[in-house]
Design a protein around this ligand. Structure first.
Ligand code: F6P
Length: 358
């Protein structure tokens, strides 16, 4: 009997269900021995507190197109994983105990950066672990693409498209804030797809005067409006020079809901222009996966199933140079895939006239 545990961890995204379905379908079609699936509820919490349910292939039927996760998810930060819970429970020991109690042969974890660190820890503790790269941020090291990313690009692009028409009618400057605290793959791709004039990213600190220059250049050429895509984690050159302590102090007294509102305020003060801010927020993570993600997540799931059947553990299934690859978890854990400010895509965007405010 093959016993497989599964959990989804961290912020959700589209195609989590498609990926799990991929694992199950592969095992169902390829396994020579009978199998059982155990779904842990709400991420690592389910594994820590033994909250699980047995799943049958029927549970995975009809979920290819469904957003969210049928298992539920939660954030259990890696930095707290070694801290006992409020009742003194050792979380790592509890996860191991529950894994062994259910006599699992493997744990499949669908998660992003922090979740993969915990998966690596469990793997080092002797559990058989396979992970699948989920996140709209596309920031997992070791894979060119994560599932959820393309769906979020579609949604964020549509948000920018909608803003375009109203911005042009009113001749306004519009800021659209796109998710991405530490990395800018999503704002960059949605910004380019949506025809943004300015894109501000965490990896390329901006100078507000260069942003204003671009708006004025557009005005001078008769463009009535400007669309600025701002990543959640966009940072000015001035703020990038602050020490961690100084930056924390700035945020403690911050009067704006987010960086976009600060930028809007600065633009109005410098140009007298009306600026509006739109924040699509979690809409970007919601709803059904796009066709690309359905196929991609299904493939990743099938590859995970293949590794399980071969008895190969301790890997994240990723996608590199158009091929499915297995990447050792200790190579992935703790590394972010950030955007290189000198990457071709940034150079090309600049050739297209997009300003990064640098
Ligand atoms: O990691 C995915 C992500 O959507 C980020 O882009 C965003 O910064 C963050 O999660 C939001 O987190 P939460 O859902 O906890 O508000």
């Amino acid at each position: 009997m093959l016993r497989i545990g599964m959990l989804t961890s961290g912020g959700d995204c589209q195609a989590l269900n498609a990926a799990m379905r991929g694992v199950v379908k592969c095992i169902q079609n390829e396994s020579k021995e009978p199998f059982e699936f155990y779904g842990f509820e709400d991420g690592y919490k389910g594994l820590i507190y033994s909250k699980f349910r047995m799943l049958t292939p029927d549970d995975f039927s009809g979920i290819l197109t469904r957003g969210g996760t049928i298992l539920g998810t939660s954030r259990v930060p890696f930095k707290t994983i070694h801290e006992p819970d409020e009742n003194g429970l050792d979380k790592v020991a509890a996860m191991k105990q529950n894994y062994y109690k259910l006599q699992l042969d493997c744990l499949v974890m669908l998660g992003g950066n922090g979740s993969t660190k915990t998966a690596n820890l469990l793997s080092q503790e002797g559990l058989n672990v396979i992970t699948l790269p989920k996140t709209i941020d596309n920031d997992l090291w070791g894979t060119d693409m994560t599932f959820g990313f393309q769906s979020a690009v579609d949604i964020a692009t549509k948000a920018i498209d909608q803003i375009h028409t109203t911005a042009s009618s009113h001749g306004r400057v519009f800021i659209v804030e796109i998710m991405g605290h530490k990395v800018g793959w999503l704002p960059l791709n949605a910004g380019m797809a949506g025809g943004a004039d300015i894109i501000l990213l965490p990896e390329i600190p901006f100078d507000i005067d260069r942003v204003v220059d671009k708006i004025e250049e557009r005005d001078a050429h008769g463009s009535r409006f400007t669309i600025i895509v701002v990543a959640e984690g966009a940072i000015s050159k001035k703020d990038a020079k602050l020490t961690k302590k100084e930056y924390k102090e700035k945020l403690a007294n911050y009067k704006y809901p987010s960086v976009s509102y600060e930028i809007a305020d600065q633009i109005t003060k410098k140009t007298g222009r009306e600026v509006r801010v739109t924040v699509p927020g979690h809409v970007q993570r919601g709803g059904e996966p796009c066709p690309y993600d359905r196929v991609f997540a299904s493939r990743l799931g099938a590859e995970a199933g293949r590794l399980i059947l071969k008895g190969e553990f301790g890997f994240m299934v990723g996608y590199k140079n158009r091929e499915m690859v297995k990447v050792p978890l200790d190579e992935v854990a703790g590394k972010l895939k950030t955007l290189d400010p000198n990457a071709d895509i940034i150079k090309e965007a600049k050739m297209l006239g997009i300003s990064f405010g640098d």
